[in-house]
Design a binder for this molecule. Sequence first.
Ligand code: ZN
Ligand code: ZN
Length: 138
Amino acid sequence: MPLQCTAFTEVPQVDGAAALLAIPEIEDDWWEVLPEVALCELGEHDETTEHAVVLWYNLDLARPRLWMVRWTDVGRFAIHRFETAAQCLARTPGVEECLFFAGHPLGHSWEVKDPVMATLEELPTSLRRRILGPKDED
Ligand SMILES: [Zn+2]
Ligand SMILES: [Zn+2]
């Protein structure tokens, strides 16, 4: 299972707001879906793939389903791109839908693993319990 990419970015607020307001179905509390900082949600990928995170899901299934920001780091800066996209059509046998965009790199949303949790799972149970506390233990 791929580990989640650890890239993050400061989301340009003016460009993001302009892109959101251009969506006809956007809700009145649109600013709540525009974070100041976004973490890439994709599985680890190479530099030819842009980082990406879906910020809003359109409930109108006849329209592009996802509104997302993609970015590429260039030195200390990043080039951002806001866009709508179709959702990946993959489903688990239990009908869990993939939350990523169609054509995303390897690893559907349910396969991508939090790298911190993956590291913790490799620790001996006693040590993991000391870190997480007994409540979070299986
Ligand atoms: Zn990434
Ligand atoms: Zn997928």
